[in-house]
Design a protein. Structure first.
Length: 203
């Protein structure tokens, strides 16, 4: 029997508060994330669960402005020229790509690319939980983050694959997601309303 949630008992601790206060940040300062902070964030990816504990994910962190700008331009051109990407979400990104000044990484000084073995059934799930670990870890120490989708969409684009080869992402890996990291520029975004209609409990 499905039970409708009526009354919510509020339980709080540091982890729950951190989860609830995290926001996707789309405006970043040019200040780079220091090496020790980046390594602490990356370390949390190693503690994420993975299917049968395979631990096949790879996380490639880029902190070079020239490389990030080159990758953004490749993404922009690939979206403009793509014909097989047609859903409404991607169409919005393709319209953005028509502006040569648009930056799909929001000018974040660090980008982490999550990849995993192509054909491995848990590839995206394994990367996703690790990226969420990093997002929560980053927020807890004052670093902003935002999930980046475009590299996942364009995983099979030849120009993207050639670029990934240059930064030592294995050819046998698929891109599962990416994460922009940096220090927030401006005010924290407001929280949207959370609706319990998205949850159901079957008893």
């Amino acid at each position: 029997m499905k039970e409708k949630i009526k009354d919510v008992i509020i339980l709080e601790n540091e982890i729950l508060i951190n989860i609830k206060n995290r926001r996707s940040i789309r405006n970043y300062k040019s200040q780079q994330v220091p090496k020790d902070i980046l390594e602490r964030i990356l370390e949390t990816a190693l503690y994420a669960p993975s299917g049968s504990n395979h631990k096949l994910s790879l996380f490639t962190a880029i902190q070079n402005d020239e490389i990030l700008n080159e990758l953004n331009e490749i993404v922009r051109k690939a979206l403009v020229n793509s014909e097989n990407l047609t859903n409404s979400f991607i169409e919005a990104a393709k319209r953005r790509a028509e502006n040569p000044k648009d930056n799909f990484f929001y000018h974040a000084p660090t980008l982490i690319i999550g990849s995993n073995l192509s054909g491995y059934p848990n590839a995206i799930a394994d990367c996703a939980v690790a990226i969420e670990n990093m997002m929560l870890a980053a927020h807890s120490i004052g670093v902003g983050s935002c999930w980046i989708n475009q590299l996942r969409w364009l995983d099979e684009d030849l120009s993207i694959r050639n670029f990934l080869d240059k930064i030592s992402v294995p050819k046998e890996h698929m891109i599962c997601g990416a994460l922009a990291l940096g220090y927030m520029d401006g005010a924290m975004p407001n929280s949207i309303e959370r609706k319990w209609d998205s949850i159901q409990i079957i008893k």
